[in-house]
Write a protein that binds this ligand. Structure first.
Ligand code: ADE
Length: 172
């Protein structure tokens, strides 16, 4: 019986020397890998009371949307700056080099709604921290952060220690 880890391809020295790149394209381009990955993520939401799934552009869409569809929940897109047509809230955060800005529609999360944030991978946690701040600015409550892959050595869990962080596969 294959596990999700069996479908994750590791590319040494991408995008730069010394990085072991954990590639999710190899998971989702295999029908069994895709089904297993989404099913395993869904299992981690078992029994959780929540209203909305939100995912950050772009791999957060890939994994968040099928989960929302399967559980009959709404899906909210957290997008890169300048893409959303209606009124937005926006947050700029630090990257390894430079900064990035993400946005959400103001009406995408209602005050009091319980939100699950989904992404493919947690590294330093910066994007998810910014996404959580946007949800909270809209009055939502982040009840879980769910990932397919955790890069434990980058300490994202520490940055996100006030949240319930869960991942299907972990690498040191
Ligand atoms: N993002 C940050 N580090 C990564 C890695 N090692 N593999 C895939 N995505 C990443």
């Amino acid at each position: 019986m294959k596990t999700v880890k069996d479908y994750i391809r590791t590319i040494p020295d991408f995008p730069e020397k010394g990085i072991m790149f954990r590639d999710v394209t190899s998971v989702i381009q295999d029908a069994d890998g895709l089904k297993l990955a989404i099913d395993e993520m869904i299992k981690r939401l078992d029994g959780l009371d929540f209203d909305v799934i939100a995912g950050a552009e772009s791999r957060g869409f890939v994994f968040g949307m099928p989960i929302a569809y399967a559980l009959h929940k709404p899906f909210v897109m957290v997008r890169k700056a300048g893409k959303l047509p209606c009124e937005t809230v926006s947050k700029t955060y630090d990257l390894e080099y430079g900064t990035a800005t993400i946005e959400m529609h103001k009406d995408s999360v209602k005050p009091g709604q319980k939100v699950v944030l989904v992404d493919d991978l947690i590294a330093t946690g910066g994007t998810m921290q910014a996404a959580a701040e946007l949800v909270e600015e809209l009055g939502g409550e982040v009840v879980k952060m769910l990932f397919l892959i955790e890069l434990a050595g980058l300490n994202g869990r520490k940055l996100l220690s006030k949240y319930d962080v869960d991942a299907v596969v972990s690498y040191d």
